[in-house]
Design a protein around this ligand. Structure first.
Ligand code: RB5
Length: 145
C-alpha cells in the first residue's frame, strides 16, 4: 500500500500518478488534497509520514509545487527518509543507498512523463542492504558523529 499526499501545487501531477498506479495494479491510499484549491502542504506530509511510520503503508509519495516544503516536513518525522527526486538516477540511488521510504516531487518542476518514470523506479528498486549503507542510515538517527 502506497500513501499519497499533495497540496494544490502537486494536485494535477498527483492525478497522473494515481491513474498510473491504478493501471499498474499498485494499491494506494490517497490522503488528499482533493482539489486544486490553495491549502497547506504540511497537512499532507504529516498524514503520509504517519501512515508510513505506523506500517499501514510501506512507502509514500508526496507532491507540492517544488517538492521542497513537503519533503522538509516529512523529514521532521524520525524514521522517515523522504527523498526529493527530479531524475531517475536519484530515485534509484536513494532506494539503493538511503532506503528512502517516501518520494517527493515538485508538480511545477517535472512533467508527467518523467515523474511516472521516477515513481516506477522508486517503487521497484530494492534497498541494497549493504552494511555500509545500513550503518549510514543508522547514523542519521542520532546527533552523535
Ligand atoms: C505553494 O504555493 C507552494 O509554496 C508549495 O506547493 C511548495 O512548493 C512549497 O514548498
Amino acid at each position: 500500500m502506497i500513501a499519497l499526499g499533495c497540496d494544490h501545487g502537486g494536485f494535477e501531477l498527483m492525478q497522473e500518478v494515481k491513474e498510473h498506479l491504478a493501471k499498474s495494479g499498485v494499491e494506494f491510499r490517497d490522503f488528499g488534497t482533493d482539489s486544486d484549491a490553495a491549502t497547506d502542504y504540511p497537512i499532507y506530509a504529516k498524514r503520509v509520514a504517519k501512515a508510513v511510520l505506523s506500517g499501514e503503508c510501506e512507502k509514500g509519495i508526496l507532491i507540492c509545487g517544488t517538492g521542497i516544503g513537503i519533503s522538509i516536513t516529512a523529514n521532521k518525522f524520525k524514521g522517515i527518509r523522504c527523498a526529493l527526486c527530479h531524475d531517475v538516477f536519484s530515485a534509484e540511488a536513494t532506494r539503493q543507498h538511503n532506503d528512502a521510504n517516501v518520494l517527493a516531487m515538485g508538480g511545477r518542476v517535472v512533467g508527467p512523463g518523467l515523474a511516472l518514470m521516477i515513481v516506477d523506479t522508486f517503487l521497484n528498486t530494492p534497498f541494497s542492504n549493504a552494511p555500509r549503507h545500513i550503518n549510514r542510515i543508522r547514523q542519521m538517527e542520532t546527533e552523535e558523529e
